[in-house]
Design a protein around this ligand. Structure first.
Ligand code: NDP
Length: 268
């Protein structure tokens, strides 16, 4: 019990009903944290929190809604007197509802704005209310889930790439702002690529083409496989823990080695 890495810490994770967010919530609880599991998927989010026992609770939080953010952070402060870790994980590709084009020539303004509203406005609000809540102790760790797509151009997913690039840059601004305020609040971004979660389902399809699609998506990944949500969660645990107390404004890639090389074709 004594050597758990997040013992005594209070965390809030967005988009934690499934995928990477769920894995992060599970890893945080396993390392001794109390976790506010949040998502817009109430049913699945509540199921995840219930499966984590008394070290987690579910709250509906739409990252686009500032009122939700204020209520969620205030609720954590009321219950625990502190908020140590916020993981801004919720994100969308834009391919979920409508399969319309997302390239720079044909994407609609509505689709562009919708992706930015969740991925970038949501992170802005998450950082804003994390900083406010972390003033209670003057310490904390904000972890923003960006993407490999925030570091390179993605012709077929222009809004997604732009929004994730915005997250990368805003992370550095928040890190410098908090340091400038004399707070020990760190802010870092994680840049995953090809992590096998439900987000991929619309792109992988079903049936015989699924295996071929999967192989295609990792053909330029040096490690030749998808990553797992648990592998991303391990990086989040490190950034949330005091082991990372000198890391702020950093971007950490977790991509099977893609960004180590110069092959840059995955535009599908
Ligand atoms: P998933 O789609 O599997 O899970 C995302 C969760 O976020 C869902 O439960 C979803 O709910 C929820 N969500 C969507 N919109 C909102 C919102 N407005 N407010 C709160 N919750 C919301 O995604 P992943 O786990 O794959 O991805 C998590 C993060 O990692 C995202 O930011 C993504 O961009 C990033 N990422 C993922 C990669 C990957 O390969 N999987 C690679 C690079 C980055 P619902 O299902 O109801 O929409």
């Amino acid at each position: 019990m004594g050597n758990k890495r997040l013992m005594g810490k209070v965390a809030l994770v967005t988009g934690a009903a499934r995928g990477i967010g769920e894995a992060i919530a599970r890893a945080f609880v396993a390392e001794g944290a109390w976790v506010q599991v949040t998502d817009i998927d109430v049913e699945q989010g509540a199921r995840v929190a219930a499966s984590l026992g008394d070290r987690a609770e579910f709250l509906r939080l739409d990252v686009r809604d500032e009122t939700d953010w204020r209520e969620a952070t205030d609720a954590v402060l009321r219950a625990h007197g502190r908020l140590d870790v916020v993981v801004n994980n919720a994100g969308i590709t834009g391919f979920e509802g409508h399969a319309g084009p997302h390239d720079p020539e044909h994407a609609s303004l509505a689709a562009w704005r919708s992706v930015h509203e969740t991925n970038l406005d949501g992170v802005f609000l998450g950082c804003k209310h994390a900083i406010r809540a972390m003033r209670a102790t003057g310490t904390g760790s904000i972890i923003n889930i960006s993407s490999r797509s925030g570091l390179v151009g993605i012709p077929a997913a222009a809004a997604y790439a732009s929004s994730k690039a915005g997250v990368r840059n805003h992370t550095k601004t928040v890190a410098l702002y908090c340091a400038g305020q004399g707070m020990q609040v760190r802010c870092n971004s994680i840049h995953p690529a090809a992590i096998l979660t439900p987000m991929w389902e619309p792109m992988l399809g079903t049936g015989p083409e699924r295996d071929a699609n999967m192989a295609m998506f990792v053909q330029d990944t040096p490690l030749r496989r998808f990553g797992t949500p648990e592998e991303v969660a391990a990086m989040a645990v490190m950034l949330a823990s005091d082991e990372a107390c000198y890391i702020t404004g950093a971007e950490l890639n977790i991509d099977g080695g893609i960004l180590a090389g110069s092959v840059a074709v995955p535009s599908h």
